[in-house]
Design a protein around this ligand. Sequence first.
Ligand SMILES: CC(C)(COP(=O)(O)OP(=O)(O)OC[C@H]1O[C@@H](n2cnc3c(N)ncnc32)[C@H](O)[C@@H]1OP(=O)(O)O)[C@@H](O)C(=O)NCCC(=O)NCCS
Length: 166
Amino acid sequence: MADYALRPFRSEDLPALVKHANDPTVAANLTDTFPHPYNESDGRAFLAEAIKPVPLRRCIEMGGECIGAIGLHPKTDLWRRNLELGYWLGREHRGKGIMTAAIRQMVRIGFATFPDVTRIYASPFGSNIASQRALEKAGFTLEAKLHGTLVKNGKVEDEWIYAVRR
Ligand SMILES: CC(C)(COP(=O)(O)OP(=O)(O)OC[C@H]1O[C@@H](n2cnc3c(N)ncnc32)[C@H](O)[C@@H]1OP(=O)(O)O)[C@@H](O)C(=O)NCCC(=O)NCCS
């Protein structure tokens, strides 16, 4: 597997972030809050949140460049013992096991940072085989398949729910 590091974001990550995020294959697999095209002002808005000193968002760095992102989203109310995991990787770096390793590492960070959290989950589309495979390799279990719950770019999608327990 290629050498990578998970580290906090820095404002200097803006050009690399925009370069890798501005790709329809990234946005096509994420919620509609992730824009396409992804421009400098999108990157700046993300970094303004991501560089806050809480270890929830991590830059995936390789060769000194930020090539992707992984983040944990704390849930509230009845779901407060859960964290939702989200991630994406620049197209040319895929298929080398990077995200599988990053997911494993982020799960350790999540459970260590939030002692009350008992479950970390992710919800790839039914069509997102790469994400499902990375989650499985990282030790997640497929808990549910929700049929036709989502609409992405005009296409109805299933929502598959994967989780790992403390
Ligand atoms: C999903 C994503 C993060 C995976 O990152 P990655 O570093 O390439 O993942 P890994 O290399 O750790 O694992 C991917 C696995 O899926 C497999 N895979 C990828 N596409 C596949 C396909 N179409 N059919 C079958 N397997 C596939 C890979 O071969 C690999 O499995 P293997 O190691 O057993 O060969 C990356 O594809 C991505 O950023 N996609 C766009 C954004 C996205 O989907 N984010 C997740 C939203 S839930």
